[in-house]
Write a protein that binds this ligand. Structure first.
Ligand code: ADP
Ligand code: ZN
Length: 749
């Protein structure tokens, strides 16, 4: 658990540090490998090879050959007699000092080995093989290079106007856009008004065109754009929170921030949480800039990955939109990062390196000295507090664009409603749905539970189906005819008889999932066409797109969905949203339970009434007086946030205090529990620090591993990483026990 050579020094150093230049034959170099190793390993440069910091190389490791990055001079830990030689250098742009500094910073912050973080920056394993891509012909483009010609014609003026402030363009492109003949362009080049540049290899990533007009901004939006662009022009690190209700134009505002970043000849990155659902986003980008951005997510094919990685590294891809891992791409000229839906819990990566992409995006901007924008209708409490204390700036868009008002939100008090068995829709919600359908409009029912029923038991003997490898019930998926574990992915055929008492089909489904809710809806509204939307019913971007088209084309009357439906769509005819179980997610010990429930429901509510039709939202709750429901119904977000802030402040919880979790796990329960106890005994003590646990984790068995948790809670000024680092060094764990560190945990399972 060592993050060797991790630096904590001042951000901005990365630029100041001279690239110590070339290493020649006989020199020692440190090579960082994308493996969970502490630090760089020493190698010797063979005669005839010249290497610089950041170069991608292949080196021998044991009996293997591994690709890695030249990290700096060797540190002399290996005796020269045992040193092995670098095998070869790859023909790739070197990893910039900014990206290297970022890798080290993330490693130091998360206490992950630097190599494990580097692995994310080298995420395209196919980077190194021979390319399957045909080399493209060189392309010549023109840009403004000198004073205007002595004799100005209208045609010449059009060409010059076109190229002012814009990227270089090819001859064909100029002729078309400025409606001139090729001889006009060549004539300007001969007079040195235009210069020729060789465009990088045609990577298929077209240059976004900032000269295209955007939408006509409202005065509020224009003010927000001006404020954001002033902060971008300040040419240094700062964070701007773009806070505004859904549909207020936050996206339009940050697209203008991207435009000004492109004019400054820097790359831009947009992080989005739900990459499967970006078709609409990509289209908007294309309308604004006349080109598609580079896309980065886990479903890319190997060749797409390689192509995109290289285009980012060469600077050919100017704008990237992607999931959290896009933050680790090797941008040479990154100048602006947008984190859209910054409050979204999916920014926290829980497996492999444990990090929060929102926080790491801010760190990336801090290290390299560029602006960052955090965008949300329901900013996280962390972000709100950073605005309060002046660390972040804020632009505010209080109104929806166009005629659409915010939907009316009402709570339905379920304590007074006696629902018959197998029914989850209150008479009030059912009546509202009926009216909406009768008016030819669409209904969305939100239930954040996949499958048919979260628990199945045998009426004969009381047997409950449980995952053999996790402490969790198996969820029935009736359409698929299976029982599944939502934690480990186990999937069993639905049995014909009880495995315990042998009774034939005396099973009872307990509680609803979206499939079961759909049964009730079909019974009540047999003529309505219905669609279930959950992560397991959508099989990728194409299926998503088709579904959205069908919804927009009004082929669907009732949508039943999980949180995958909560984000970023405009369904003009959707006017009623029913939240079937608004209390789901409020219980449990999660410190952010209330905040998250508020965010999720607010976002779901935002789906209703996006066009000229008013929307209506009904929350079914057994806790109508809960502050979350009260805030949703009254629309008073800020009082709710103040209350949450106060509660966290009093408890010393984030963002007013800091947390770090250790999760100790192993197949051997006794070994894991003993290691957890030893860690408990060695827990750091001192001013402002306390350690809770060890205690069995709420999810006490996962994939056959027994799990124990310890939680370190500290005051804000305590250097948590140092304490955890020292703590882990004091205790040696057997090889069959794993200790995972989670700095700033979001999951407490
Ligand atoms: P948000 O990101 O805050 O949810 P969007 O930027 O997506 O808001 O805007 C919502 C909708 O309104 C989009 O379809 C967008 O194109 C449209 N819109 C926003 N502002 C304008 C404007 N000034 N002119 C025209 N359409 C706009
Ligand atoms: Zn399981």
């Amino acid at each position: 658990m060592e993050a060797t050579r991790a630096r904590n020094d001042a951000p901005g150093d990365a630029d100041a540090a001279p690239n110590s230049g070339a290493f020649r034959g006989g020199d020692r170099v440190g090579v960082l490998l994308p493996l969970p190793l502490g630090g760089a390993y020493d190698y010797v440069v063979p005669a005839g090879l010249e290497l610089g910091e950041g170069d991608f190389v292949t080196v021998p490791l044991g009996s293997r050959e591994v690709n890695g990055v030249v990290w700096g001079p060797g540190d002399g830990h290996v005796e020269s007699g045992k040193l092995r030689q670098v095998t070869e250098r790859h023909d790739l742009p070197p990893l910039s000092s900014d990206v290297r500094a970022f890798v080290e910073w993330v490693a130091a912050y998360t206490l992950a080995p630097a190599g494990a973080v580097l692995r994310m920056a080298m995420s395209a394993r196919s980077l190194f093989g021979p390319s399957t891509h045909r080399p493209a012909a060189r392309r010549i483009a023109y840009r403004l290079a000198g004073p205007p010609p002595e004799r100005m014609t209208r045609a010449r003026r059009r060409v010059i106007d076109l190229l002012t402030d814009g990227p270089p363009r090819t001859l064909a492109d100029i002729c078309e856009a400025a409606a001139v003949s090729a001889s006009v362009v060549r004539g300007l080049a001969d007079r040195a008004t235009l210069g020729r540049v060789v465009l990088p290899e045609d990577t298929g990533f077209a240059m976004p065109d900032v000269a295209r007009p955007g939408v006509r901004l409202t005065s509020g939006q224009a003010a927000a754009v001006a404020a954001l662009n002033a902060r971008i022009a300040a040419d240094g690190f700062n964070v701007t929170v773009i806070d505004g209700v859904p549909g207020s134009g936050k996206t339009e505002v940050y697209l203008e921030g991207i435009a000004s970043t492109l004019r400054r000849r820097r790359q831009a990155l947009v992080l989005l949480p739900e990459i499967a659902l970006t078709a609409g986003w990509l289209e908007r980008f294309e309308v604004r800039f006349g080109a598609r951005p580079a896309l980065w997510h886990s479903d890319l094919s190997r060749s797409e990955r390689r192509r995109t990685w290289r285009a980012v590294a060469s600077g050919a891809a100017r704008v990237v939109v992607g999931a959290r891992s896009a933050l680790f791409l090797p941008y040479p000229e990154l100048g602006f990062v947008v984190v859209d839906e910054e409050h979204d819990p999916s920014y926290k990566q829980e497996d492999g390196a444990v990090y929060n992409a929102r926080d790491m995006a801010v760190a990336r901007g801090h290290l390299s000295g560029f602006p960052v924008a955090l965008v949300s209708a329901t900013p996280s409490l962390e972000t709100v507090v950073n605005v309060d204390n002046g660390r972040y700036g804020r632009v505010h868009l209080p109104e929806r664009h166009g005629a659409a008002g915010l939907p009316r939100i009402e709570a339905i008090d379920m304590r007074d409603v006696g629902l018959p068995a197998g029914s989850w829709l209150s008479p009030a919600l059912a009546a509202a749905a009926r009216e909406t359908l009768a008016a030819g409009e669409q209904v969305m029912l939100f239930l954040n539970r996949r499958g048919y029923a979260p628990l199945t038991l045998c009426r004969g003997c009381g047997f409950r189906f449980e995952c053999p490898d996790c402490s969790a019930w198996l969820v029935e998926h009736r359409r698929a005819g299976r029982l599944m574990c939502h934690h480990c992915g186990l999937s069993l055929g639905f049995p014909e008889s009880c495995p315990d008492c042998g009774a034939g089909d005396r099973f009872a489904a307990c509680g609803p999932g979206v499939e079961r809710l759909a049964e009730e809806v079909r019974g009540r509204f047999p003529d309505a066409s219905l669609e279930i939307v959950a992560s397991d019913t959508l099989s990728g971007p194409r299926a998503t797109r088709e579904l959205l088209t069908r919804i927009e084309g009004r082929e669907v009357d009732v949508l039943i969905g999980t949180q995958i439906l909560a984000k970023g769509h405009h369904f003009p005819m959707l006017t009623l949203v029913g939240v079937v179980d608004a209390d789901l997610g409020l219980d449990g010990g999660d410190l952010r339970a209330a905040e998250r429930t508020y965010q999720l429901h607010f976002q779901v509510a935002g789906r209703a009434g996006r066009a000229d039709r008013p929307g209506r939202v009904l929350l079914q709750t057994y806790l109508p007086d809960h502050p979350v429901m009260a805030a949703l119904v009254s629309g008073d977000r800020d009082s709710f946030l103040d209350r949450e802030k106060e509660a966290r402040r009093r408890a010393g919880m984030p963002p007013f205090g800091r947390l770090a979790s250790l999760i100790v796990s192993g197949r051997d329960e006794r070994a894991a529990s003993a290691a957890a106890r030893r860690l408990g005994d060695a827990a750091p003590r001192g001013e402002g620090i306390s350690v809770l646990g060890p205690a069995p984790a709420p999810l006490s068995v996962l994939r056959g591993m027994y799990r124990f948790r310890l939680l370190l809670k500290a005051a804000r000024n305590v250097p948590v990483q140092e304490h955890v680092h020292g703590w882990l060094r004091k205790v040696s764990c057997p090889s069959n026990v794993r200790v995972r560190v989670d700095i700033d945990p979001y999951s407490f399972l």
